[in-house]
Write a protein that binds this ligand. Sequence first.
Ligand code: AMP
Ligand code: MG
Length: 355
Amino acid sequence: MDTKIITIKAPGGRLSEEDISGIQKAGEIIKNGGIVAFPTETVYGLGGDALSPESSKKIYAAKGRPSDNPLIVHISRIESLYEIAETVPDYAVKLAEVFWPGPLTMILKKKDIVPDETTGGLDTVAVRFPSDPVAKILINAAGGFVAAPSANISGRPSPTEAKYVIEDMNGRADAIIDGGGGEIGLESTIVDLTVQPPQILRPGFITSEMLGRVLGTEVETDKAIISPESGQKPRAPGMKYRHYAPRGELVIVEGENEAVVSGINEMIRSDKESGCRTGVMACDENAGRYDADVVKKTGPKGDQKEAAKRLYSILRSFDDEEVTKIYAESFEAEGFGEAIMNRLLKAAGHKIIKK
Ligand code: AMP
Ligand code: MG
């Protein structure tokens, strides 16, 4: 398949008439049953018509994604929610008013119009209204309902830049819209509103505290993703899969700062002796202190927004540099940090060393 690359002239800035018409043409591709990768404020999505079983099948095939892992339906107007959700409880309306458009996905009972292929056979549907202007125009032009998982080959880190989308999806998607880098860098928060109290199935930029403040009730995170050793099955089917993983072995190192730095350097020495190419993911303050072959900076210590934005491109760059052993400094799992640690732990297959 020939993949058309559509480049937005001023990503993040004012869209020109030419940009808008390019995005609208891409929307037509989706409307006609094709699949198109596009930027959002979280990560790049791979979009198809959410109401067409054939389009959803194409998305699964392009990603190599297991078909029991449902897709998020992206909309471009709050009212569209009522067309695909059987019931829209008051608290969904409240959350939509505060957090949409934005990085929040809500799980609700689905209407029959949403095919089983899109929801992986579930009777619920995941819905999000993204804020990225390119995404909004695309969804509108595509008919209003775009199923879009992250635009990576299943299992790899989600793409935060068009070059990574091209790496994974060239020849697999009908078109790719290059719209620069996203603001957030991690996938949306998923909140299940079919249970009481609502539950977070995947942490993200919108934290449980932020949701709790709006709803006036405590919002917990699915226990199975906090402690995978619990043996429970995550309620978001996708969270059970190994994910975001670089090709090299990744280990998280946790502890007091000086112990972490000296501990990692010690391990690097012995890895080098056994012929490994080593890498470290460290905060700016520590980066210069490591003797690894490749050191990637996550931003100033404690800057969660910067670390989240850089995480997936750092994980991919270790692949580009053929690193075989990677150490990551750990992050505080507070606030947005819960999402960073969730992705990092999955990428590391939960390998964590305490120093
Ligand atoms: P991605 O599209 O790659 O961001 O992944 C979407 C995530 O949403 C996966 O973890 C899915 O399992 C989850 N998801 C989508 N629809 C539902 C649903 N109806 N119920 C629970 N989880 C869902
Ligand atoms: Mg994904």
